[in-house]
Design a protein around this ligand. Structure first.
Ligand SMILES: [Zn+2]
Length: 151
């Protein structure tokens, strides 16, 4: 999806903001995250959505793997194209499920599946550019979905 590449993912990482002041970080201290589309994650997300009866327009859910995140704990993230960007670009809502390769790939398959269920559950039925939060995307509901996946 074009917008994933169009977003300025690299530039802000070279700038450190303190209130309204921005400082340029020398390249040696910046860590540029690399992103690429993941067919493997897309396939798994499609299978999980089909099995769980999640009827999102998956042509508008991009699955991306990132490499080079400094986070040691984050496994995956769900991003949305905000409504103002939808209006500005004249496009419908899109979501991105990002898998943090270094952390995600270490997980056993069951935990990977639960992580993907978690991120998929953040996308609301309304598919408008907002999110469902952790009152819904919680251990209990994820486990219930995971059980359904195994049936
Ligand atoms: Zn979450």
């Amino acid at each position: 999806m074009a917008f994933v590449n169009a977003l300025p993912t690299e530039l802000p990482r070279h700038l450190l903001y303190f209130g309204r002041k921005a400082f340029i970080i020398p390249p040696a201290f910046s860590n540029v995250i690399k992103y690429h589309h993941s067919d493997a994650v897309k396939t798994r997300i499609s299978e999980i959505a089909a099995k769980l009866g999640i009827k999102h327009d998956l042509s508008r859910v991009a699955c991306v793997e990132s490499v080079g995140s400094k986070s040691k704990r984050t496994l995956a993230r769900c991003h949305a194209l905000p409504r103002i960007m939808q209006v500005a670009l004249g496009t419908k809502a899109h979501y991105v499920i990002e898998v943090i390769t270094e952390n995600f790939s270490r997980l056993p398959k069951a935990e990977q599946d639960k992580t993907l269920i978690h991120e998929l559950m953040h996308i609301p039925k309304s598919f408008g550019g907002g999110f469902r939060h952790h009152d819904y995307v919680c251990r209990k509901n994820i486990d219930e979905m995971y059980r359904k996946l195994g049936e």
